[in-house]
Design a protein around this ligand. Structure first.
Ligand code: SF4
Length: 453
């Protein structure tokens, strides 16, 4: 069987006003290979920040990491179309774990109607799963792709296809961390917000909760390629309102060169970046960023107290982060990212953090207080006892245990309830102090945690 008719299925958790980068990359590679495709747009099907109850599941649920989820969960059909068409291959682009459930159910239905359809899934939702989780996913998809090189993935699929085992168990294709595709946005319906791939991984890469550099190392896309892409987006008659660069962090050299190149080209496309609060983040850099079109910068501070930063091994101190925020804030909007529920912190440390937040409030436009997630293969997951973390919590779970074990997050709780009480007291004060700076869904998820204690 040769592949002629192809369907791309987008992520159900991707917001309606966002252009999903994975779909653009897939479309580009398929076109280069001379393959025509249709797009099934599932974006906006479920709200990632407020998904339906059914997606939540405790880790002692009978469906935890079970391939029965795809066959038994008929309720997933309400998120899917009622009709199916014949395709030689269906490519699913998956951003977050609910996507795996919904797209897995679609693949099951597709194969029910058309058993010869090849079903292939890839995307960030798959990249941090362990072997047991991947075996659940390969029970339904013919190919499960992880890594960044879409062209290599598709070539591997075309080579492997005739050798597919009859057992019905899919194959895992893993590629390296380099990206060689120049995306063609003319192939998709471009929305207001675009995530542009600028690279992945992090030079620091040692925060104990973070998996940024664990999968495919560090990669920085060559600046001329990124500039060409942004110019292509600028040519879309102002349709694009904001471009988010994908990198978790930047080096000083890369960011300065990027800003200079965009300024030289007189780029008018607004973009935003994520940065560490490094010493080198200065007024001058803020000015360069603004002149190059940067509208806002997310500073993933995580904490504004040296002892808490050291528990997370952030590799920065509070004064450096505060200086970075102040320096940028005269030029661009600054969003402050915090991580709550870090174990082993004291009331005194949290009060100090509160004072620092109060000082920096005039310089930030928004605050995003996230609950600590413990992700597979990170330092917190490898040595939980050392940090006051108990993994696989069946009760009083601090993070959401959801999607039937198909998320890289491990359900966890504190080894000491005292930590939880300290954080809940702090939460009340933080909420009062930062009124108007925080989107309500952040508070809702903390309320949800509190209700379990
Ligand atoms: S949290 Fe940020 S700074 Fe820390 S390792 Fe991850 S990407 Fe790097």
């Amino acid at each position: 069987m040769t592949i002629e008719r192809v369907l791309i299925v987008s992520s159900p958790t991707c917001e309606k006003d966002k252009t999903q980068a994975g779909v653009v990359y897939l479309a580009t590679v398929l076109k280069d290979l001379g393959l025509e495709f249709d797009l099934l747009d599932l974006s906006g099907t479920i709200d990632y920040f407020d998904p339906p109850e059914e997606f939540f599941s405790p880790c002692d649920s009978e469906f935890w990491r079970s391939s029965r989820i795809f066959s038994d969960f008929t309720w997933l059909d309400q998120h899917l179309p009622t009709t199916y068409a014949e395709y030689d291959a269906v490519f699913y682009s998956s951003l977050f774990s609910p996507d795996i459930l919904i797209q897995g159910r679609h693949a099951l239905n597709q194969k029910h109607h058309f058993p010869n359809s090849l079903c292939i899934v890839g995307g960030s939702a798959l990249s941090c799963l362990d072997d047991q989780q991947l075996s659940v996913v390969t029970s339904i998809f013919d190919f499960v792709c992880t890594g960044y090189d879409i062209r290599e993935m598709i070539s591997a699929i075309l080579q492997e296809k005739p050798r597919l085992p009859k057992s019905g168990v899919g194959k895992h294709i893993r590629t390296n961390g380099n990206v060689f595709v120049q995306p063609d946005y003319r192939l998709v319906d471009v929305r207001r917000f675009v995530t542009s791939y600028s690279g992945h991984g992090c030079e620091w890469g040692k925060c104990r909760f973070c998996n940024s550099s664990l999968n495919c190392g560090i990669f920085c896309r060559p600046i001329p390629e990124l500039i060409d892409e942004i110019e292509q987006l600028a040519g879309l008659n102002g349709m694009v309102k904001d471009v988010m660069l994908s990198s978790d962090s930047f080096t000083e050299d890369y960011l300065t060169s990027l800003a200079s190149s965009l300024s030289d080209r007189k780029s008018k496309v607004p973009y935003n970046v994520m940065l560490r609060g490094e010493r080198w983040v200065s007024n001058g850099l803020g000015d360069k960023l603004r002149k190059s079109g940067c509208s806002d910068v997310f500073i993933g501070a995580e904490a504004l107290c040296d002892e808490i930063l050291s528990v997370m091994n952030k590799g920065l101190n509070t004064s450096s982060i505060l200086n970075a925020i102040k320096a940028l804030s005269s030029h661009v909007q600054v969003i402050l990212g915090l991580i709550l529920f870090v174990p082993g912190v004291t009331e005194k440390q949290l009060n100090e953090q509160l004072q620092n937040i109060e000082k920096i409030l005039p310089h930030v436009s928004a605050i995003e207080p996230e609950i600590l997630t413990v992700i597979q293969r990170t330092e917190f997951a490898k040595e939980p006892g050392r940090y006051g973390i108990q993994l696989w919590a069946k009760e009083k779970a601090v993070n959401d245990s959801w999607c039937y074990g198909l998320s890289p997050d491990i359900p966890w709780t504190f080894t000491s309830d005292r930590d939880a009480r300290t954080w809940f007291r702090y939460y009340e004060k933080l909420r009062r102090l930062t009124q108007g700076f925080v989107e309500p869904h952040y508070w809702d998820s903390i309320d949800e945690v509190q209700s379990r204690f």
